[in-house]
Design a protein around this ligand. Sequence first.
Ligand SMILES: N[C@H](CCC[C@H](N)C(=O)O)C(=O)O
Length: 278
Amino acid sequence: MRIKATKMDGCGNSFLVVDEMRTPLAGFDRAQIANALATQHDTDGILYVDRQQDFPTMRIFDSDGTEETMCGNGLRCATRYFRDAYIPTDRFSILTGDGKKDVFVHDGLVEVNLGEARSYQQIDQHLHFVFTGVPHVVVIGSSLDEETARAVGRSLREEKSLCEFVGHPEGVNVNFIWRDEESISVRTYEVGVENITQSCGTGSAASAFVASRVFGTAFPIITHSLGGKLEIKDNDGHLSISGLTRYQGKVIGFVNTLHPKSVSPTFHWPRDYAWLSM
Ligand SMILES: N[C@H](CCC[C@H](N)C(=O)O)C(=O)O
């Protein structure tokens, strides 16, 4: 089967947007499709965008085919996609695995509100945990190269006792942060991608949250990653991330999958998209 998708990135964190309003996938194995497409097009994840009772929705699958509840940079790309393709307003909301998120396009940037940082705990002098839609460990240290971040990130992500201790035996993302004058630098090892990515939105938000507590850094906080910078704001306890998104072009992916044997009748939405002028 052939699947059309749009390649995008948010600060270098790369995704394929698969538009299920144009390519209905009910009954197909989205995990298998995600794994195949991410491998063919070298992306960190796949974003399935759709509508549910007239509400824009986004599902995120990592490149290994696991589904996650949230992805900050993915949500920023999905926001831009919905705004440009369907929703002629700059402020709306998108339903995600972590609930409804308010999103905002302004001054060429895309800002998404991730909600409150949850389950914060200090594990030891240098190690913190916080949930910003997905679980993040934040390691406070000094500047380190990509190779070291990858090696240490992988070993922490694979440390069963740590993952169980923070309540996420399935694995945690690991962020290394250090102070960078008024801002912070972040390198994130992402579970599901099993590598350092160019940027991680929820990881940058988690890192800023920890930096504000540990270093006393005042919001808004600029985070620098390999792929660029994000601005993290604290709006009455709700963290938002803002930064650039880019289109990389249209692509086609191939998946060796059979059509599902029986699918509940697929309802094809009318193409007038009047619902989107909310
Ligand atoms: N890159 C994403 C986070 C994905 C996290 C995911 N890899 C996980 O399995 O938790 C972001 O921008 O927030």
